[in-house]
Design a protein around this ligand. Structure first.
Ligand code: ATP
Length: 361
């Protein structure tokens, strides 16, 4: 619990552009604290990720895990580098371990068009895109990722584990979130799956329907992942909130980030009942790392989600005000043309965007 309006934030910058956007974010968070007042974020950085694995032989040192557990919130940049791999060939991704170990079962990924950001779609209704994807993060097709595999087996398979308890908690979370949103029109939750083919996903849908009955004021909708892929390009403005198994949620969130401008705009929160971790949806982007080109906006919006979550959790108005100030600094900056990221052809790199957002704060 925070004392004296102080919140302890475990900061895990990670690798590649994760380090760059985290540094930018800390400057912006300092500015917003100064502007709003009434709270303090005590940020402490910890080692984790691919560079850490190379230097220390572990991608998630004990002290990093313990500090993450003890903090009021965790702020993470991005982790993993394509050239740094474990002996079984898999990439370094301790962020996945944190999701499993801290039971961060709901990956919350808001996708909202912003004025001033060029859209990938020509249809003017693309300006109305406003949805949230909830990705289940503790089971599904990721359940066996840490299972050792025999090296020379002629066959390798991955399980897709869907449990009743896991599906119930993420479905309830999704309906509660849908009820709180103030999007125009009646709230609707879409269950995304491949229930027409896969037994595990038919079970996911069945449990979803059972839980949906407990939320009669919210429309319960269904979509097969293949049909959804088509409709997300044809008419994404029709969707409100979605819930999906781990891998499907992963893919949908990259696709939908593309619809609103790119990975550098998509924030996320990994939430469980006891912990919250906040990170941009993008990875370490080695192709642009070290060049000052990373768009830090997804990181800034993730930090705004963190402030909002702290505000809800601790009934803390200054944190809520800070979240609003930070989000408005970003959206107003885009609308006024002050933020034009190199990510989609503009002249602005990390430093310019950070400066523009700080000036607005
Ligand atoms: P991962 O595989 O973990 O998702 P990645 O870096 O390979 O990580 P993405 O993060 O999905 O993949 O990014 C894909 C590409 O999008 C990057 O290679 C980069 O060119 C671009 N990109 C991603 N994030 C940003 C950003 N914040 N600013 C600018 N460009 C970005």
């Amino acid at each position: 619990m925070p004392t004296n309006n102080e919140f302890r934030i475990a900061v895990l910058p990670g690798d590649g552009i994760g380090v760059e956007v985290t540094e930018a974010c800390q400057a912006v968070l300092a500015a917003v604290q100064k502007r709003v007042g009434g709270f303090a974020l005590i940020c402490e950085s910890f080692d984790a990720g691919a560079n850490c694995y190379q230097a220390r032989g572990t991608d998630l040192p004990n002290e990093t895990y313990r500090a993450s557990e003890a903090a009021d919130a965790i702020l993470l940049g991005a982790m993993g580098l394509p050239d740094v791999r474990k002996t079984d060939g898999t990439e370094i991704n301790p962020q996945l371990d944190l999701r499993f170990q801290l039971e961060l079962y709901a990956g919350v990924r808001p996708i909202k068009s912003m004025k001033g950001v060029p859209s990938a779609l020509a249809d003017p209704r693309a300006a109305d895109i406003d949805m949230v994807i909830i990705r289940e993060q503790t089971e599904g097709l990721f359940i066996d990722i840490r299972e050792p595999r025999p090296e020379n087996d002629p066959e390798i398979s991955d399980r897709c584990l869907i449990t009743r308890a896991g599906t119930e908690r993420v479905t309830d979370f999704t309906f509660k979130l849908a009820a709180k949103r103030n999007k125009a029109g009646a709230p609707r939750v879409t269950c995304v799956d491949k229930a027409n083919v896969l037994h595990s996903m038919a079970f996911f849908r069945k449990v979803f329907d059972e839980r949906a009955a407990g939320f009669p004021d919210i429309e319960a909708d269904h979509a097969y992942i293949d049909a959804l892929a088509l409709n997300l390009v044809r008419k994404p403005w029709e969707y409100d909130v979605m819930v999906a198994e781990n891998l499907l949620g992963d893919i949908i969130s990259d696709l939908t980030a593309g619809l609103i401008g790119g990975m550098g705009l998509a924030p996320s929160a990994d939430l469980g009942d006891d912990y919250g971790l906040f990170q941009p949806c993008h990875g370490t982007a080695p192709d642009i790392a070290g060049q000052g080109l990373a768009n830090p906006v997804a990181m800034f919006l993730s930090a705004a989600m963190m402030l909002d979550w702290l505000a809800d959790r601790h009934d803390h108005q200054p944190c809520r005000d800070a979240a609003e100030v930070l989000e408005a600094a970003v959206t107003d900056g885009f609308a006024a043309g002050d933020i034009r990221p190199a990510e989609f052809g503009g002249p602005h790199g990390t430093a310019d965007i950070t400066k523009a957002v700080m000036a607005r704060i």
